[in-house]
Design a protein around this ligand. Structure first.
Ligand code: LMR
Length: 401
């Protein structure tokens, strides 16, 4: 029986992380998995998160009882307000509501199962390139057609906007279109506000279904409102849509799996049926979500002073990433590295799509012990004042090679 089972290739980002951890080289650098690091190269528990955890540890009123299938209400509402604005009429009327899920991945999975089972959708489009898990999630949820729309202009290292619009125009009606709300993973390139408006026009005209993946709200610019512009624009334009929210990066809660799936619907009558169907999907998958991360997020977002403290943390992270972008570009340029490195500072969010080729990536890993995805994506947070010279010099050398 089991001897028939074949082995699949490993998931690149986790295999790369393990290779980095196992590497005994003293100068090794991890630019792979998307996780924030301080300038000392350490993971960062946000001080405001630590504060809540200490309060929770001493709170005799807390226990380990099950949460409801749809999660912690105070978290779902606060998270929904965070992405759509606290005073959004859709939120106030209940037409926008959240369901707690297992981080962004879990929210996407519940969304995919729901869209496939309840609406009978069969085609999904994600950007080319995209976070590689998008394909897998939809395939495993029963979508027979997982397709891509053009996004990255390799030659000019920017958004291929015309290609994107053309592909969306040609997508069959009721296709699900995955859009990155901000800080596109892996390219770090987002549409402008004017471009978003044109994207919305095509999606409306062709009766496509928008699904936003919002994994970096606040982390990209340091301002959660600015990073939510595209989602809020679509919601205000009258779309029915879904938003998969992750709190891994912006609250530093990677392994707590705090996520929220926002439904924006057009009528009150469909709210109860949707909630009942989603409950069944969740019941069959994991029954109910974990408490810890969601309670931390709810405690912060439901308190104005703590929210301000959290925003300062966001700024600390976003500023450090911005400083590393400027430093890396300057160093590559002053080393006379051939090519144009302007995209390093124009891209936003955690990642930079460097344009390095697979063979250059391989050299960086094997010769310099600098770990990055074979697409050339680097996690800017892996750079710090101690390793930036080493990394810039290594990139320069492989480009010149
Ligand atoms: C990444 O893109 O590196 C992160 O979002 C981690 C993951 O799950 O892929």
């Amino acid at each position: 029986r089991f001897s028939k089972i074949g082995t699949l290739p490993p998931i690149e980002v986790f295999a790369l992380n393990k290779a980095y951890l196992d590497d005994p080289h003293l100068d090794k650098v991890n630019l792979g998995i998307g996780a924030y690091r301080t300038d000392d190269g350490k993971p960062w528990v946000l001080p405001v998160v630590r504060k809540i955890e200490q309060l929770m540890a001493n709170d005799e009123g807390l226990n380990h009882e099950y949460l409801p299938m749809l999660g912690l209400d105070s978290f779902c509402l606060a998270a929904t307000k965070m992405v759509l604005r606290h005073d959004n009429p859709l939120v106030l009327s209940g037409l926008a509501f959240g369901v707690q899920c297992l981080s962004g991945t879990g929210a996407l999975r519940v969304a995919a199962e729901f869209l496939c089972r309840q609406l009978g959708y069969t085609s999904v489009y994600s950007s080319e390139p995209s976070w590689e898990n998008h394909h897998l999630i939809f395939k495993m949820s029963g979508f027979p057609n997982t397709r891509t729309y053009r996004y990255w202009d390799k030659v000019n290292r920017c958004l291929d906007f015309d290609g994107m619009l053309e592909d969306l125009n040609n997508a069959p009606e009721n296709s699900v279109i995955i859009l990155h709300g901000c800080a596109h993973n892996p390219t770090g390139v987002d549409p402008t506000e004017e471009q978003w408006k044109k994207i919305a026009d095509v999606i409306k005209k062709k009766s496509l279904f928008p699904l936003f993946d919002v994994a970096y709200q606040g982390f990209a610019s340091g301002d959660p409102d600015k990073d939510a512009w595209a989602v809020r624009y679509f919601a205000s334009a009258g779309f029915e849509l879904l938003v998969a929210q992750s709190f891994a990066k912006n609250f530093g809660l990677y392994n707590e799996r705090a996520g929220n799936l926002v439904f924006v619907v057009n009528s009150q009558e469909c709210i109860a049926p949707i909630k009942s169907q989603v409950s069944i999907i969740i019941r069959a998958m994991y029954s109910n979500p974990p408490n810890h991360g969601a309670r931390i997020v709810a405690s912060i977002l439901n308190n104005a002073d703590l929210t301000e403290e959290w925003k300062q943390c966001l700024k600390t992270m976003a500023d450090r990433v911005r400083d590393m972008r400027i430093l890396l570009r300057n160093k590559l340029e002053s080393l006379g590295t051939p090519g144009n490195w302007q995209h390093i500072t124009s891209q936003i969010g955690m990642f930079s799509y460097t344009g390095l080729s697979p063979s250059q990536v391989e050299k960086l890993i094997l010769k310099y012990h600098i770990y990055l995805l074979k697409s050339g994506r680097i996690n800017m947070c892996g750079l710090n004042s101690r390793n930036i010279d080493y990394v810039a010099k290594a990139i320069s050398e492989v480009v010149l090679d």
